[in-house]
Write a protein that binds this ligand. Structure first.
Ligand code: HEC
Ligand code: HEC
Length: 205
């Protein structure tokens, strides 16, 4: 019985390969290759869907469910007048810093954003030292440091200053390909809140 089954598998593999080869001999026009049904060498006749960004002001918007457990939440409100974010001028902090957030009913910036997870790196005597280990002598590369020691900070970790690098404002568009992904949340409240700092080492420790 076992033998028979694998023969059926092998035969169907041959059949699939044959079909694949046959279609490869036909001519495929460039316009039919991708989702963009125009000449690939010009920008003529390309009308990108620029979408309609929400105009709902902060405080009036309804938050979206998270895309998956501990995904960065999408921005539900308008960001008009709030961008670009610079290190010196970050309007998001005015409402989302944990000390002000409750008073304006905004979600507070989570503890992960006040933590530095990167290995401490210094240059000494022409050597790169990561978490006290000399690169190239004690360790091969950064990935050899299994887990960098997380350093809790009192201020926002500056590797996170540019909020829209990860949190995106949302627009009404007609997607060329629909997303059929269905997230599964282990706890129902994870649809609306993250707990990444508590579960950071899950599966590692
Ligand atoms: C005037 C206050 C204010 C400012 C400024 C502001 N927000 Fe918000 N934000 C809110 C409030 C309030 C909510 C909750 C939804 C609502 O009521 O609009 C929110 C929701 C969010 C959410 C969704 C949180 C969740 O739990 O789903 C994200 C992400 C977010 N804001 C990011 C930003 C970013 C990035 C900026 C800067 C570009 C910014 N916000 C500027 C008040 C503000
Ligand atoms: C490098 C990517 C990145 C940047 C930059 C970043 N965030 Fe996040 N943010 C995340 C991720 C991932 C989560 C969900 C996991 C977590 O809590 O860390 C999150 C979660 C949040 C939440 C939800 C907290 C909760 O309790 O559910 C808020 C609010 C937020 N971020 C605001 C901000 C603001 C404001 C900035 C800019 C100062 C910012 N973030 C910058 C990736 C980022």
């Amino acid at each position: 019985m076992k033998m028979k089954k694998s023969w059926v598998g092998l035969l169907s593999l041959i059949a699939i390969t044959a079909v694949g080869c046959a279609s490869a001999t036909g001519t495929v026009s460039e316009e039919s290759l991708g989702l963009r049904k125009t000449n690939l060498y010009t920008e003529d006749n390309t009308k990108p869907d620029e979408g309609k960004y929400t105009t709902v002001a902060p405080g009036k918007a309804k938050t979206f469910d998270r895309a998956f457990e501990n995904a960065p939440p999408m921005i539900p409100h308008s960001v008009k007048g709030l961008l670009p974010i610079t290190k010196a001028n970050n309007a998001c902090l005015g409402c989302h810093m944990p000390e002000v957030a409750p008073s304006v009913k905004a979600t507070p910036i989570p503890p992960t954003h006040f933590t530095d997870f990167r290995p401490k790196t210094v240059m000494k005597g022409g050597e790169v030292i990561k978490e006290g280990k000399v690169l190239g002598r004690d360790i091969g590369n950064t990935s050899d440091i299994k887990l960098a020691k997380a350093k809790k900070l009192h201020t926002l970790y500056q590797g996170r200053f540019n909020c829209t690098q990860c949190h995106a404002p949302q627009a009404q568009i007609a997607p060329v390909v629909n997303n059929t992904f269905q997230p599964e949340f282990r706890k129902p409240d994870e649809k609306k809140r993250s707990n990444l700092l508590d579960v950071m080492n899950e599966g590692v420790d």
